[in-house]
Design a protein around this ligand. Sequence first.
Ligand code: NAP
Length: 317
Amino acid sequence: MTLAQLAAVAGFYGRFTPSFSRVGFQARRLGWRHVPWRFAGQHWLVTGASAGIGRAIARAAAAGGAEVTVVARASRHLEQIADGLDDAAARRLIPVAADLSLVSETRQLLERVASRGQPFDALINNAGVLLNDHQLTVEGHEASFVVNLLSHFQLTEGLVAADLLAEGATMVNMSSGGMYSVPLGLEGLDVTDPARHVGKLAYARHKRAQVALTEDWQQRLASRGIAVYAMHPGWVRTEGVRQSLPVFWRLQRPILRSPIEGADTALWLCATRPESRPDVIWFDRRPRTVHLFQQTRRAQCTGAELRALLERELKPV
Ligand SMILES: NC(=O)c1ccc[n+]([C@@H]2O[C@H](COP(=O)([O-])OP(=O)(O)OC[C@H]3O[C@@H](n4cnc5c(N)ncnc54)[C@H](OP(=O)(O)O)[C@@H]3O)[C@@H](O)[C@H]2O)c1
């Protein structure tokens, strides 16, 4: 590593570690008022719910009285998420296995929830992956593009079209501080050529696009009283981080947040429903800027162009 690279790494950790790690969470929580997680009578849909942050959100919502449809690929892991909850809360967790890297499986998921006909009071678009190795799906998309972005779009639009997001519902899109490094753009969202794939860059682009989609939905869904937020959970000790960022994991592990700490802002948003605003990302219960660096302020596409691309990707060929 050159001296300049070393300085960049030191600068990165020096700037973000105090805030994004447990240290930031523990310091900020001293000023928070206690908000009980009371969600009785509500119905939630949480994706990526079998592990990490999604699991923590689903368990807290069920413990708070909500019936929670939990989605991930592995049924075995979904069934285990109730472990340690009381019987009533465990019964409120409804596992639905679906591979969200496949448009066909997200469609089936929509059909399954539509057949129940019960609208959701909270939608947590949490499933997300950083894939260092390029993976092409059998449908011809780069897999992380579909999990991180296209499936969120498909699921949300499908629920809205079928009237399955209740009047006054809350939607939380789990973005990431990774988006701070890139501007919004269409280029590099669905990289089907393995030679052009850089996992971290693709992830950052998807997470930036998620923030733009959040603004689009805020405008479209406001008349139905649906509050839409993008959030950043901080740096959280999860299997996803261990697998995708092994060096980061080794350096930061002792001070990473617990999954329930990473889940806190999502639960708080659903419990308190603050005014939803464009151009912010929520982090530790506060709206924060969506741009930390000058070079990301100039978007390379509009929100409408992003929507048009996602709509095209979902059109049957
Ligand atoms: N951890 C962090 O520090 C951090 C920081 C910033 C943002 N985030 C974001 O927070 C969210 C959760 O991250 P995490 O760290 O908790 O992740 P994680 O521990 O890796 O858990 C990911 C969850 O998503 C599911 N999933 C993965 N691929 C899927 C697919 N193709 N279809 C359906 N479900 C799938 C996994 O279950 P299966 O494998 O069984 O499908 C699992 O339930 C992500 O959007 C991530 O980008 C995390």
